[in-house]
Design a protein around this ligand. Structure first.
Ligand SMILES: C[S@@+](CC[C@H](N)C(=O)[O-])C[C@H]1O[C@@H](n2cnc3c(N)ncnc32)[C@H](O)[C@@H]1O
Length: 305
């Protein structure tokens, strides 16, 4: 797809937003269904070209937000107004509309944490309200927007426990919501599911034009969702990709070969038999010899003739 990449309104940790131009150039040209098996914030889908999209993730909260945003996409202006009202009701800062004097003063004393200083108590109130009624996906979305690094994090009791972040509702949030809504309205077939990747694949009946994109948690990096990933999952995924290849199903996988002092040996051994592309912020090379702190790759069983 040409043009600028669009950002997912979930501002997801580990999202593929910056890498989508490179990834798109490596995806097949004519995709019927684009299966985003580890969808997260969905930025791969938002930027890919296909007849229809299917987003899956094992995290039910991520999926609830996609469902909520899809349902509200036809009436986006109302949704944005609703968020503005909630922001006002809780007394949160709203830098898209104004930067009030209190924040200007706070900025002098706390140059890096002024939003969090200002929003902390209001955010905690909103978090309590959401934990008291988890059907309030609108509140969950606002918690992500005002929360630390826009993460989604729950404690063992199932309560959202992310602290306030030094972020607020700015024009990028509104733009991302508009881009998401445009994507939904352009694509009348978007399927959403909340399954483990293997169960998801087991219920598909792919044709040769369907394409499966896999962006699992990276075994050797650390983010919150890495806690639910393991060597067993990594091996289970590669076994499944081999099986799909045997069945003639096209797929692509993003992953990381090394990061700081850790190397993913399982990945390097397994990926040998497929097409492997180095992914960098500026260029793609099949033989990337440069020494960097980390190396991200795209592996696929399908390249265009
Ligand atoms: C690297 S993130 C995906 C980021 C996504 N491509 C984006 O652009 O936002 C990995 C995702 O895999 C999901 N995940 C972890 N284990 C899974 C499993 N067993 N089955 C399906 N999804 C899983 C996590 O919840 C997380 O959202």
């Amino acid at each position: 797809m040409s043009g600028k990449s669009v950002r997912s309104p979930l501002f997801y940790v580990g999202d593929k937003y910056k890498l989508t131009p490179q990834l798109n150039s490596l995806f097949p040209n004519n995709i019927n269904i684009f299966h985003d098996v580890f969808a997260g914030g969905g930025s791969a889908s938002l930027n890919a070209k296909a007849n229809s999209f299917s987003l899956n993730d094992v995290d039910k909260n991520v999926i609830s937000i996609h469902e909520f945003l899809i349902e509200n996409s036809p009436k986006l202006d109302e949704l944005i107004l609703h968020f503005y009202e909630l922001i006002d009701m809780y007394g949160l800062s709203h830098s898209e509309l104004n930067l009030n004097n209190i924040i200007v003063d706070l900025k002098k004393d706390y140059p890096k944490t002024y939003f969090s200083k200002y929003n902390k108590n209001q955010y905690l109130q909103m978090r309590d309200d959401y934990n008291g009624n988890k059907d309030r996906i609108d509140l969950l979305y606002l918690l992500i927007i005002y929360g630390f690094n826009h993460m989604i994090r729950y404690n063992k009791l199932g309560n959202f426990n992310l602290p306030v972040g030094n972020v607020d509702w700015n024009k990028n949030v509104t733009k991302a919501l508009k881009d998401y809504s445009d994507w939904v309205l352009r694509n009348n077939e978007i399927n959403i599911s909340n399954l483990d990747f293997e169960s998801y694949i087991s219920i598909q009946n792919p044709t040769e034009d369907d394409f499966f994109y896999f962006d699992p948690p990276y075994l050797i990096t650390s983010s919150d969702y890495n806690k639910i990933w393991s060597v067993d999952n990594e091996r289970r995924l590669y076994k499944l990709l081999d099986k799909l290849s045997d069945e003639g199903v096209s797929w692509g996988l993003s992953n990381m070969v090394y990061h700081k002092d850790r190397t993913n040996e399982i990945l390097t051994e397994w990926s040998d038999k497929y097409h492997v592309f180095a992914i960098t912020s500026n260029y793609i090379s099949r033989f990337d010899n440069s020494i960097k702190n980390s190396k991200e790759i795209y592996v696929t069983n399908k390249i265009e003739e």
